[in-house]
Design a protein around this ligand. Structure first.
Ligand code: AAL
Length: 425
């Protein structure tokens, strides 16, 4: 009897699909209480589970390959940079967004060239770095294809003590504003690792991307006050132009040193040299690390990777403040620094991104030779291309990738003991 009833309701459902299109489907679903075979385009007004509800509120499509804000990421080794055989004495990391100027791509990045690899805060001195980004400068390179780069040399040197950034200037990003150029960067005034990774943000400006760069020599985004979430670190300054203002998204590490919680905040100014006002809702994104963003339609999208409960997501904020998960992805670029053609145009119709630079940290995997290497990533997070090969909804890793995530001896021992107890051996 029950089977007949189900059959009848399914036949009714199919008949509803044929007869009434969407409304028929909804009506039939309401009558039968069974979610229809043809998924309603618009959010139906019958009861949905929380997860089903998100399909209509959060995602452009139930299929990632139909979601403009989903993409896989592909990686290509860059040419034009020497790393001393990756012995740890040279690092290039934390690249800036890519700027296109006079037919050339420009990128700025943290450059360290020291007599030794990083030795930790206890052993560091005026020439021995504490961390991979200690005793660093901001260098830059140019390219005409994004794969082959020509290193141009230093853009921002470390200033004299006690000016902001005297110990290290790192983790920079570029702003083009009213025909001038601004490089924002972390200005360390103590070796990273002494207390934490503590620094504010400084800025230098120039009339050309090739410099010369004039340091503003003042802190433009200060650390938070006593007890504030961003009291110690203002990392990864990431400027965009929106609503006629300069929006700088940034990260801070808070909670317990060594067990940091990392979240993203926003500071806004009318003038590139500040004053920057921090958003009252900060922190705005509960996850991520060097979080990169790009205008998308009328809002802004964010590549949120590495840390936090929502890592490995691409998020979207229509109002540039309240972010929602737009897709979940994998193998996301570290410190992604995309080419964002409309980063500074104050666009209301953001087009998205297709490539940029990123970095691999601890490139050789040997902590005693810690150094990082720049890499190119490509993706399809653009409204102007459709690359199906970037839209496969999973990366098919080969078995060796899984085998490399091997159990440790300690884990094997624990499992063996549990097994013996279970089997009474
Ligand atoms: C990076 C960034 C900041 C931190 C350190 C160098 O990944 O988050 O720049 O200070 O790590």
């Amino acid at each position: 009897m029950k089977r007949i009833a189900i059959m009848l309701s399914m036949l009714t459902l199919i008949w509803g699909c044929k007869q009434g299109g969407e409304s028929g489907v909804e009506e039939t679903a309401k009558e039968t209480g069974v979610f229809p075979q043809i998924m309603p385009e618009e959010k139906p007004d019958f009861a949905l589970s929380a997860s089903m509800d998100r399909i209509y509120t959060d995602y452009e499509s139930p299929r990632p390959d139909k979601n403009e804000l989903f993409s896989q990421f592909k990686y290509t080794e860059l040419k034009g940079f020497d790393y001393n055989g990756h012995d740890g004495t040279i690092t290039r990391r934390d690249p800036s967004k890519i700027l296109l100027h006079d037919g050339k791509y420009y990128v700025w990045y943290t450059y360290r060239n020291t007599p030794t690899p990083p030795q930790g805060a206890a052993k560091c001195n005026d020439t021995i770095p504490s961390s991979d980004w200690d005793l660093s400068e901001i260098w830059y390179a140019t390219s005409t294809d994004g794969f082959n780069w020509e290193e141009q040399g230093v853009a921002i040197k470390r200033p004299e003590k006690p000016l902001v950034g005297w110990r290290s200037v790192t983790t920079t990003d570029i702003l083009e504003w009213k025909g001038k150029y601004y490089l924002y960067y972390q200005g360390f005034m103590e070796a990273s690792g002494k207390r934490g990774d503590d620094c504010p943000v400084a800025v230098s400006y120039a009339d050309s991307p090739d410099g010369p760069w004039t340091p503003h020599n003042e802190i433009v985004i200060p650390n938070g006050g006593e007890g504030a979430w961003d009291q110690f670190s203002i990392h990864d300054p990431y400027p965009l132009v929106h609503d006629g203002k300069i929006y700088i998204y940034y990260k801070s590490d808070f909670g317990q040193k060594g067990d940091w919680i990392r979240m993203q905040g926003l500071a806004i100014a009318d003038n590139p040299l500040g004053p920057f006002e921090k958003h009252p809702l900060n922190p705005l994104i509960t996850s991520g690390h060097e979080t990169s963003l790009f205008p998308y339609k009328g809002g802004v999208a964010a590549l949120v990777y590495k840390d936090g409960p929502e890592h490995n997501t691409i998020q979207y904020a229509e109002d540039w403040v309240n972010f929602e998960i737009a897709s979940i992805t994998e193998l996301m670029p570290y410190a992604a620094a995309p080419f964002v053609p409309d980063a500074f145009t104050d666009t209301k119709d953001g087009r998205g991104i297709t490539w940029g630079l990123a970095h691999f940290i601890n490139y050789t995997g040997e902590w005693s030779k810690f150094n990082s290497k720049l890499v190119r990533f490509d993706c399809d997070l653009s409204r102007d291309i459709h690359d199906p090969q970037m839209k496969h909804h999973r990366v098919n890793h080969k078995p060796d990738v899984y085998y490399r995530q091997a159990l440790t001896q300690k884990q094997r021992k624990r499992i063996s003991e549990e097994n013996k107890a279970l089997l009474g051996l």
